[in-house]
Design a protein around this ligand. Sequence first.
Ligand SMILES: [Zn+2]
Length: 143
Amino acid sequence: MKDGIPLRVKASAAVTRGSAWQGSIPVAKLPRLAASLADREGELAVQLQAGRDEAGAAQLRGRISGGLGLVCQSCMKAFRWPLEIELELRLVGSEAEEKRLLHECEPWVAEDDSLQLHAVVEEEALLALPLAPRCPDCGSKNE
Ligand SMILES: [Zn+2]
């Protein structure tokens, strides 16, 4: 397992070698994510592994965790929301392929054989953000 998460890697080579990475990415380095948060503090701990699934399809698996600053929609106080996600993406080479697979799995387009690892982490973290965050004090009372 390599130290650090590269910005991008060559998708085909990473899949063939079964490359794996682990490291952390500061939230401030992920501008779209940072813009959705109450602050730009903290970092994400990331583990990623490229390879093939049982059927031989290229995939990227991994885990992302970290504390993200959100504003509680109940008491309007800022708090740290614990992000903890596992991802399993099918790597595809075109948007046509992405459309075709959309209902079977979660595809990720590695255009021109370029796998954008930071973009994957940012996108997955954005997808995981709660629509109406609640701090631990307000809890899930009204959910
Ligand atoms: Zn609250």
